[in-house]
Design a protein around this ligand. Structure first.
Ligand SMILES: NC(=O)c1ccc[n+]([C@@H]2O[C@H](COP(=O)([O-])OP(=O)(O)OC[C@H]3O[C@@H](n4cnc5c(N)ncnc54)[C@H](OP(=O)(O)O)[C@@H]3O)[C@@H](O)[C@H]2O)c1
Length: 268
């Protein structure tokens, strides 16, 4: 193990989409602990309220929330407008919200499955970045955008084809936005992971266990952990640390990168 890092985000304001559960909540918590102002978001007003209330007791920044479905452009616009009204200058957008539909093979997937997955996982990351980048460029904010991709985005095969395609698109979005926004001093990077212990992952293990007489949900989660080169599941904190680094002045020369925080899972 090497050095020890700590971060100070006092005076900075961030939007984290999909931040009432899992990795997004971990990222929002880490930013709040580092004294950032944070805008919490998900589709559930109740969960947004609960998360705002919990994180308001953490750090010295201000925490606010907007229930919005990022797959709906008008709701995403409302989220960004609220953030700007509340904090004036937004210096970080974390495009984290995503869904993992079980649509089956490419032959079974419908047009509705395609639209649902792409609207939330890809279009929202593009449109959110577009809106926030305009705000940053217009106000001369040398900010940062961090997309959330996945090991599936690196692969050519595997289950959950639409999800995989959506994450490959996020890799491309990250590279192309990074090039276009570099002239404004806005950096665009992505975090990627493999198996991280969240609501979605546990739900996935539960569904697999329902169709499997030999293995329980706990067995499946253990197998995933054992299969990971570093021998454990990821945690939301692992990804949050990557965000704190990428959005900080220590990463001021990093743009267009995909930081793989996967315990080596991306290597397989
Ligand atoms: N966990 C893993 O193993 C893993 C692996 C690779 C990549 N990732 C990526 O990590 C990110 C977070 O995943 P997670 O595992 O933390 O998921 P999670 O536990 O299911 O949390 C997802 C969050 O996003 C919100 N959300 C979903 N759809 C939304 C929408 N349309 N608009 C606004 N908010 C929405 C959810 O709240 P509501 O449902 O209440 O709206 C929730 O707060 C995703 O980009 C995912 O692809 C995760």
């Amino acid at each position: 193990m090497g050095g020890h890092a700590s971060y100070d985000y006092a005076g900075e304001s961030a939007i984290v989409t999909g931040s009432t559960k899992g990795i997004g909540k971990g990222i929002a918590t880490a930013l709040a602990e580092a004294d950032a102002n944070v805008v919490i978001n998900s589709r559930s007003a109740e969960n947004v309220e609960k998360t705002v209330s919990t994180l308001s007791r953490v750090g010295n920044g201000r925490i606010t929330g907007v229930p919005a479905d990022v797959g709906r452009p008008a709701e995403l616009e409302r989220l960004v407008e609220h953030a700007i009204d509340e904090f004036e200058e937004i210096s970080l957008l974390v495009n984290n919200a995503a869904v993992w539909p079980r649509e089956g093979s490419m032959l079974e997937a419908s047009l509705e499955d395609w639209d649902y997955t792409m609207d939330i996982n890809v279009r929202a990351q593009f449109y959110g970045s577009h809106l926030v980048a305009k705000h940053m460029a217009h106000n001369d904010i040398q900010g940062c955008i961090i997309n959330h991709t996945s090991q599936t985005g690196d692969r050519r095969t595997g289950d959950r084809g639409l999800y995989g395609i959506s994450k490959t698109a996020i890799n491309g979005l990250t590279w192309r936005m990074a090039i276009n926004l570099a002239q404004y001093g806005i950096r665009v990077n992505a975090i990627s992971t493999d198996v991280t212990d969240t609501f979605q992952l546990r739900h996935e293990a539960e569904l697999l266990a329902e169709d499997d007489e030999e293995r329980t949900k706990a067995d499946i989660l253990q197998e995933w952990a054992d299969r990971t080169p570093l021998g454990r599941l990821g945690t939301p904190e692992d990804l949050a640390h990557a965000v704190l680094f990428l959005a900080s002045d220590k990463a001021s020369y990093v743009t267009g990168s995909i930081l793989r925080v996967s315990g080596g899972g991306n290597l397989k």
